[in-house]
Design a protein around this ligand. Sequence first.
Ligand code: GLU
Length: 494
Amino acid sequence: MTVRTRIAPSPTGDPHVGTAYVALFNLCFARQHGGQFILRIEDTDQARSTDESERDILNALRWLGLEWDEGPDVGGPYGPYRQSERKNDYRAYAEELVEKGHAFYCFRTPEELEQIREERKAHGLNPGIKGDLELPADEVKRRLEAGEAHVIRMKVPDEGVCVIDDMLRGKVEIDWQQVDCQILLKSDGMPTYHLANVVDDHLMGITHVLRGEEWINSAPKHQLLYKYFGWDMPVLCHLPLLRNPDKSKLSKRKNPTSINFYERMGFVPEAVLNYLGRMGWSMPDGREKFTLQEMIDNFDIQRVSLGGPVFDVEKLRWLNGLWLREDLDDQAFIERLQQWWFNRESLEALVPHIRGRAEVFSDVAPMVSFMFSGMLNLKPEDFSHNKLEEGDVKRVLQFALWTLEAERHWTKDNIFADVKGLAKAMGLKMGDFMFPIFVAIAGTPNSWSVMDSMALLGPDMTRSRLRHALQVLGGFSKKETKRVEKEYAALVAE
Ligand code: GLU
């Protein structure tokens, strides 16, 4: 049997370090067995998927040095590798299950479903949608002929225990009670993740599914779908979730999670990949620094330990330092530095903003140094302002951070609209509102356009600087956080 593994990212955001981590382990597993590693884009959620996100994910994985054998950009015998391009094929699979009696048409409105959920809750049952949804065959026929909106749901047992085999965890038991009658085909005819994922893994000959632990609760549904279709199921392996240093699930609210941030910070891809290889895994001889090839040569999935691996940026910095010192000679260092930001392209992006402000070339470096920096060296006094109290400054920074965390299309115009809308909602003059933002992003209120700076710095670097500024000002206590969260929610609701 040829081993075939895959990653199946959904292009709905920044290229996440978690995606790269899962990709790395899939690649190593496939290579260790002389098999293939496939990249499939799961973009059935058309409202949230963007081309820009897909492009960024592919670029980020390539930057890290991960290569796939088949994928939307390189092709392969099992294409297309983008689910939106396969969308017309899924309905027949859902209907096949209806015919076999494993799935049914469901015409319930959201209000009816809500009522069922409430009733189940009242009876102490899991509120997941179960039973009583199916209608008699003649009524289904009548409603279908009348063209009524419907979905297709899979049937799931009401009770008993589902046993999942996991390469790392052994047998995992999940109560069927916890599993809802999953929608397979939505009312717009698009498949849900569950249907598309199972159908494609089958059609693409995937033999091993290595994915994040957060998907383990989907495994019973998938196992059941394989059984309903009569297909062999790939071997499952759920990798431990990456964690923030405080052990919570890695999240961009606490840590930069986008690969783009690490590139922008000036980490080298070898070090980032090396660090991801140490998330729950270690070399047999315990060495901390290793290349992708060395990892592949020594790979053994059973060496993954399940204790939540902590993604600690400080440790990554240390490891990156080793790579810079030990693996780059002066020439290579210069080349990498040029590739990074000391290149013509970055100057081209900066010059339009600074030309009009410089009298001599030596004015330039101080004006742009913050664009080549990581976290700025700020002091609380830098934020003192004659109209804003410290509390206002912190609220501006915090609210701007929350607003920009929600921005999905990182362009100057969108950033500007976000910030302007927020200033208005807070009842602050744009000039006053922008003061703390300037200091947080550029280190001084007298910089060139901070909107352009934020656009060029990218979402993660911008957010990290806002977060850092808040820390410099002492942040909010738990109690204050509750209060400002409420205040923000009220502002946004207006
Ligand atoms: N599309 C899913 C994701 O975004 C893939 C999960 C899986 O690997 O099954 O992570």
